[in-house]
Design a protein around this ligand. Structure first.
Ligand code: ADP
Ligand code: MG
Length: 479
């Protein structure tokens, strides 16, 4: 590998989260019965006309502003002609020469701790195709056209990436930006963001580009890394055994961890592009752009910085907690309604220990932010100990209760801080452990912990540990 350098460019397809399709009024909701959400426009029947959904311009412009790009004042749609079973109308409406967004960039953190700028060539609007279904149709293929006409923003990077790790870092950051801007739901499993990885290798030190292959439709960050690493190794093996890399489109099979050829690469010529005759060029003026700019939400790096200053978090913790829009909103609620540092600990350890940051969606979290805040407040006001709090958290997580306070009451979990309740227990423990008492008094003061532990056990963890510590010490030292 030392002799070779990998060169990678990504094309990312993000489904824009509009309620209706890009050129028709049909719903884009996921999961409907096959072919119930495809209109004559989506199917390209003769005589019907597309009408562009204005929301896609706003979302594309928001993305352009988020990556510091040029927003082109004129935006034109083109027809890309090809036939495929999931595209029965024979062409896709996309943008070739006059995309809505050009010349952006995204800075990423590298493994060596440095920062690196990845240039974004363009981002253009287009419609999605349908989906071929193989699973339930032994020996045949089903076609579901519900997805046909779903708006996509295709985000094309320059070949600036040099490893699978850099590529996935960049893709994660694009994903984060899309969800912060609230222009894509980011649900990778449902295909809301898919990556095509263009990969080539060249001798280290060379500045020429090698021949690339394109691996299509990768819908997880892990597969993206695996597919790229696999393709780099395959190309090195091909060249080192005297062969040549062929420019082609490949498919990644995650089950076998291999890429295999799908078709030889087509060129723009093959698609017979021409301007879409049914849609006029659209002029995007400065007032539209500045209106979108005024509505932009807080960006990921702004939120991270604010979490550091407002809640006193380290950069690393702030980065983790702002890593996904839903997570950031959840954390911010808890931190604002309770002790922020405790909130940071609980969210990072207890929640992110159970759900990965990437798939965190507060709607699926069984512990509402308001209950986690109550739980932390019950620790702060010494109603319960931190240890008992974990059992309450578990109960919330398992769905045994939906109220921290009700659960503490019902199970009698209130911390015992009253020394008149605790003192007799301490006395009894001391009386029953004469050997340890002798050792303690002979100088083995470490045994303090043993006595405290016994009292905690006796009280089912409910005693206030600080109070117990004081009482044990007093009783042991004063006799
Ligand atoms: P196409 O539309 O045919 O896929 P583009 O020129 O738009 O071709 O390039 C698509 C992607 O391929 C871009 O992300 C670009 O950075 C990347 N790319 C181009 N040449 C190379 C190369 N030699 N090695 C790796 N990636 C490349
Ligand atoms: Mg391509």
């Amino acid at each position: 590998m030392a002799d070779w350098q990998a060169v990678i460019g990504l094309e990312i397809h993000a489904q824009l989260n509009t309620r209706s399709k890009i050129f028709s009024a049909v719903s884009t909701a996921f999961g409907a019965a096959p072919n119930t959400q495809a209109s004559l426009v989506d199917l390209g029947f003769p005589g019907v006309l597309p009408v562009t959904n204005e929301a896609v311009y706003e979302k594309a412009v928001a993305f352009g502003l988020g990556v510091g790009a040029t927003i082109n004042h004129q935006s034109v749609f083109d027809r890309k002609n090809y036939f495929y079973p999931d595209l029965p109308k024979g062409y896709q409406i996309t943008q070739l020469d006059e995309p809505i967004v050009e010349h952006g960039h995204m800075d990423i953190n590298c493994a060596d701790g440095g920062r690196k700028t990845i240039h974004i060539t363009r981002a253009h609007l287009e419609e999605d195709a349908g989906k071929s279904l193989h699973k339930d149709y032994a020996g045949e293929t089903g076609i579901d056209l519900n997805r046909a006409g779903t708006p996509l923003l295709e985000i094309v990077s320059e070949p600036d990436l040099r490893s699978a790790e850099e590529a996935s870092t960049y893709a994660r950051q694009i994903h984060k930006l899309l969800t912060y801007l609230d222009i894509c739901d980011g649900n990778m499993a449902e295909g809301s963001m898919r990556c095509d990885a263009n990969v080539s290798i060249r001798p280290s030190g060379s500045s020429e580009l090698g021949t690339r292959t394109e691996t299509k439709n990768i819908n997880s960050f892990r597969f993206l890394e695996q597919a790229i690493n696999h393709e780099i190794e395959r190309q090195i093996a091909v060249i080192e055994s005297g062969g040549r890399v062929v420019q082609e489109t490949r498919l990644y099979d995650p089950d076998r961890d291999e890429t295999r050829p799908m078709r030889s690469k087509e060129t723009a010529m093959d698609y017979r592009y021409f301007p879409e005759p049914d849609l006029l060029p659209v002029v995007i003026d400065d007032s539209f752009i500045s209106a979108v700019r005024d509505r932009l939400p807080e960006m990921p790096y702004e939120k991270r910085a604010r979490f550091q200053t407002a809640f006193g978090l380290s950069e690393e913790d702030a980065e983790t907690l702002s890593g996904n829009r839903s997570l950031a909103d959840y954390f911010e609620y808890v931190a604002s309604a309770s002790d922020p540092r405790q909130a940071s600990n609980w969210v990072r350890v207890e929640l992110l220990g159970r759900i990965s940051k990437d798939s965190f969606n507060s709607e699926d979290v069984p512990v509402p932010a308001s209950e986690l805040a109550s739980l932390i407040n019950r620790i702060s006001d010494e109603t319960i100990s931190g240890k008992i709090a974990k059992t309450v958290f578990d109960a919330l997580w398992q769905g045994e209760t939906d109220s921290v306070d009700a659960y503490i009451d019902a199970k009698g979990l209130k911390q015992v801080s009253d020394s008149s309740d605790l003192a007799p227990i301490v006395t009894a423990i001391i009386a029953n452990n004469t050997k340890q008492v002798e050792q303690y008094r002979a100088g083995k003061t470490k045994l303090l912990g043993f006595f405290v532990g016994q009292v905690m056990k006796e009280t089912g963890g409910k005693a206030n540990p600080k109070q117990v510590n004081d009482l044990v010490r007093i009783q042991l030292d004063t006799v």
